[in-house]
Design a protein around this ligand. Structure first.
Ligand SMILES: C[S@@+](CC[C@H](N)C(=O)[O-])C[C@H]1O[C@@H](n2cnc3c(N)ncnc32)[C@H](O)[C@@H]1O
Length: 275
């Protein structure tokens, strides 16, 4: 094909070519290729730090000299972050977990020697009242939990209510996957998805709602957090990871809620509040 014709084909068909490349996973391959030098360097230097450690370090930067007295960790799973949170020397570290995970969680925490340093409440944070006598918390650590729950705005508004004024909240989640919705402030609904599509997008059948990064950022601000810092923790580990996940380190000021959208009482009832 003459070079000139190839050039004009690219120009004329660009609106088609870009989505096709995206949909066929080309960009994921590109990100993997970009990650290669970094992965090689990590292997050579024996660097085992991952995004969870980078996120914790970001939190420590935001905390500065302040020490959170009470911490809530939601969905602790393997206890890796638990050990980090305990290093902040809190008066109490409360954990919230679904009842079915009890045996595995307690075995993991015990293996790390931290089971007796935490108080675990079993229940669904969305619908059970297992934490009512403990709120608010100086720090809430909520990583890898939001996208397992369909009522995501309600969860974020609830966590804002549970954050003490002057306190902090860390939110990390998987995010929207499809081109072009991944870059819009929206939520993708995944329903009746064939297995091969799930595999291509690294999803499982119980994940039905994937919010985009900007949707989560908007909800955090609209719920009341005055300072919402987007964490570069995933990118510090790999470009590929940063495409599919997002993390935020948030601060609730002393009277932040007065500026928040979901605290408006114009109609004599709070909009979008977690009840
Ligand atoms: C994918 S794991 C995340 C583990 C760890 N925090 C991390 O970042 O790797 C999600 C955990 O959250 C728990 N979880 C999800 N939704 C929950 C809810 N509504 N209430 C309490 N725990 C929940 C699950 O049982 C699971 O242990």
């Amino acid at each position: 094909m003459p070079t000139g014709l190839a050039f004009w084909s690219m120009v004329l068909y660009r609106p088609l070519i870009v989505p096709i490349l995206m949909a066929t996973g080309f960009t994921m391959l590109l990100y993997r290729a970009l990650d290669l030098p970094r992965r090689a360097l990590r292997r050579l230097t024996g660097d085992t730090s991952d995004y969870r450690l980078h996120l914790f370090n970001h939190l420590k930067d935001q905390l500065g000299d302040s020490r959170p007295g009470t911490i809530l960790e939601i969905g602790p799973r393997d206890g890796v972050d638990t050990e980090r949170l305990l290093s902040l020397n809190p008066d109490r570290l409360i954990q919230a977990e679904l009842p079915h995970a009890k045996e595995a969680l307690e075995a993991d925490l015990s293996g790390r020697g931290v089971l007796d340093k935490v108080e675990i409440r079993y229940g669904n944070i969305m619908y059970d009242r297992a934490l009512d006598d403990l709120v608010p918390f100086d720090l809430i650590w909520c990583t890898g939990v939001l996208y397992h729950n369909p009522e995501q705005l309600r969860m974020i508004a609830r966590l804002f209510d549970w954050t003490a004024p002057g306190g902090h909240m860390v939110m990390e989640t998987a995010t929207a996957r499809r081109f072009p919705t991944r870059n819009l402030a929206c939520v993708e609904i995944w329903h009746n998805v064939p297995k091969h599509v799930q595999r291509r997008y690294h999803l499982s059948s119980h994940i039905t709602h994937l919010p985009s990064r900007s949707a989560v950022a908007a909800w955090l601000e609209m719920s009341g957090y005055g300072r919402v810092e987007h964490s570069p923790c995933h990118r510090q580990q790999s470009f590929a990871l940063s495409r599919n996940r997002a993390a935020f380190v948030c601060h609730r000021g002393q009277d932040d809620e007065q500026y928040a959208y979901y605290w408006h009482m114009d109609e004599n009832y709070p909009i979008g509040r977690a009840l």
